[in-house]
Design a protein around this ligand. Structure first.
Ligand code: TRP
Length: 372
């Protein structure tokens, strides 16, 4: 029998992420009492009128199932709760770790189609492109005056991204966290859904607010982080699923491409199927995907699949994913047929974001006595 006797309470993902979120492995007790780091549960218990969300993505490629079960599910849950949400497509930040941004307008369009297909409603959620809102970037200048180079140099996430880029440290990468603070504060975001790796940027944003406050007066509000409890979804090569690694199952893919990606996913030589994320990451990731797509737990799926082997598991995962993604993909295809949908969403988004960012910039400059 396949019992690896792993009855360890699955620290894994909840089957319906964004629905009833528990504290996952990502949420250590250390964060538990920090008022600046909240869980979705805590946010959903609050009055939606008390929070404004700002979050974003760098448009480095189309979104994939890892995003769907993680950040996109969270965004849709917040939207459903009635929280006003701004989503920035951070096109200026694509070249922080590469020279070639590719066909950026095309990638921006794909990312926006993915967001809309996943359920973001442009009537209530503002989606805007960085470069459409100049005041965001103008705000970065006063903010740069509030932080030291030494401080930026110590940022652990910048260090990690520097190492991953295999390049020298550009001033754009060094100041990336300040740019992100400008994104957040320009629209007066008070809640920022992010992964753990982004917490240092949030900390810097809060520092900027406190320093501005001390020097010039109370104009800005310190935002809190909403720690995403997204399950870590691996790609077909066993590394973290990533837009730029070529290991993703894209939301825009069709059923055949999805089947091919799953078929090619790495597994191991074990003959039975067991859920053991630490010991058998690839097989466990297939179980996770199958579970997320079918609303079950990976453990339950493992028990059912025990003697079927990898081929049967892959067939299950393919069917579950294709069925789960079908409505999203149908919606996406329909949106993509209209050449004006994305353009209109972004035009309206830019106007709404600029309204906020222009006002924030004016308040900031007035407090600094740069204008009368
Ligand atoms: N830095 C984020 C990432 O790499 C993307 C991002 C840009 C962002 N601006 C933001 C996230 C503002 C939250 C808030 O994933």
């Amino acid at each position: 029998m396949p019992t690896t006797a792993r009855s360890a309470p699955s620290a894994g993902p909840s089957p319906a992420p964004g629905a009833g979120v528990r504290r996952g492995p990502d949420h250590t007790p250390r964060d538990h009492d920090r008022p600046d780091v909240l869980t979705l549960e805590e946010v959903l218990a609050r009055d939606p009128g008390d929070v404004r969300v700002l979050t974003g993505d760098r448009p480095t490629g189309p979104l994939h199932v890892g995003h769907l079960f993680g950040t996109l599910a969270m965004r849709v849950a917040l939207q459903r709760h009635g929280v006003e949400t701004f989503v920035v497509v951070a096109d200026y930040q694509v070249v922080t770790d590469r020279d070639d941004a590719g066909d950026l307008p095309a990638t921006v369009r794909e990312v926006v189609l993915d967001q809309l297909a996943a359920g973001l409603d442009p009537e209530t959620t503002t989606v805007f492109v960085h470069s459409d809102v100049p005041a965001v970037h103008q705000l970065m200048l006063p903010f740069l005056s509030l932080v030291s180079v030494a401080e930026l140099d110590r940022n652990p996430t910048v260090k990690a991204e520097l190492a991953a880029s295999g390049r020298g440290l550009s001033a754009l990468l060094l100041t990336y966290p300040v740019h992100q603070a400008a994104d957040i504060l320009s629209v007066r975001g008070t809640l920022v859904p992010v992964g753990r790796d982004q917490l240092p940027h949030l900390e810097l944003t809060r520092t900027i607010v406190r320093r501005f406050d001390r020097r010039y007066g109370p104009v800005l509000t310190e935002p809190s982080a909403l720690l995403s409890q997204a399950p870590l979804v691996l790609g077909t090569d066993g590394a973290k699923m990533s837009k730029s690694r070529g290991n993703a199952i894209e939301l825009r893919a069709d059923a055949d491409a999805t089947a091919a990606a799953v078929r090619g996913a790495r597994t191991d030589a074990g003959r039975t199927i067991t859920y053991d994320p630490a010991g058998r990451p690839e097989v466990s990731n297939l179980l996770l995907l199958g579970a997320l797509a079918s609303g079950r737990t990976p453990q339950a799926l493992a028990d059912e699949m025990a003697d079927g082997g990898a081929a049967a598991l892959k067939a299950y995962v393919t069917d579950a994913l294709v069925a789960h993604l079908a409505p999203l993909r149908a919606r996406r295809a329909e949106l993509a047929r209209d050449p004006f949908v994305v353009r209109d969403v972004l035009t309206r988004g830019a106007a709404r974001a600029a309204q906020e960012a222009d006002a924030t910039l004016a308040d900031v400059r007035r407090a600094m006595r740069q204008t009368s």
